[in-house]
Ligand binder design. Structure first.
Ligand code: TYD
Length: 135
């Protein structure tokens, strides 16, 4: 399977005396077309979720309120990313096993996705993940 590197990018904040505004455009700020949007909120502090990788789906994760952390594992390297600003965007490639944790009580994690929801595009078994992306 083709492998790409997930990446944390910083995007511009447009501000004036009224407050702040931040823009994300497909194929411009993020490298794919946005087919689906979902958001994760009301997460209890001790919860860890995700525990999967994908075959095709590319995603962009933005904590638009509060903060959370994302554990990434691309077989070669394990990293942990802190999302604590609406201007931080994690471009998450399909080949990264990911787990989200340390949600603050006010955390709203916005996810932009390159594909519609398809349970067949999930790899939820870690051994299967190594089998697919380990080579
Ligand atoms: P789940 O995959 O368990 O979330 P996470 O990976 O963050 O732990 O999703 C929770 C539920 O929501 C599960 O029943 C599948 C459903 N779901 C959809 O129906 N559509 C979607 O786009 C997503 C992301 C989840």
């Amino acid at each position: 399977m083709e492998k790409r590197s997930s990446e944390l990018i910083n995007i511009n904040e447009l501000g004036d005396r009224r407050g702040l505004l931040t823009v994300i455009e497909e194929h411009k700020t993020i490298p794919f077309e946005i087919k689906r949007v979902f958001y994760i909120y009301g997460t209890l502090p001790e919860v860890r979720r995700g525990y999967h990788a994908h075959y095709k789906t590319r995603q962009a994760l933005i904590c638009v309120s509060g903060s959370c952390r994302v554990h990434l594992d691309n077989v070669k390297r394990k990293t942990d990313v802190l999302l604590d600003s609406p201007t931080k965007v994690l471009i998450l490639e399909p080949n990264d096993w990911h787990e989200m944790y340390d949600f603050s009580p006010d955390s709203v994690l916005l996810v932009l996705s390159s594909h519609l929801y398809d349970p067949e595009d999930y790899i939820r078994d870690y051994n299967k993940f190594i089998e697919v992306y380990g080579a």
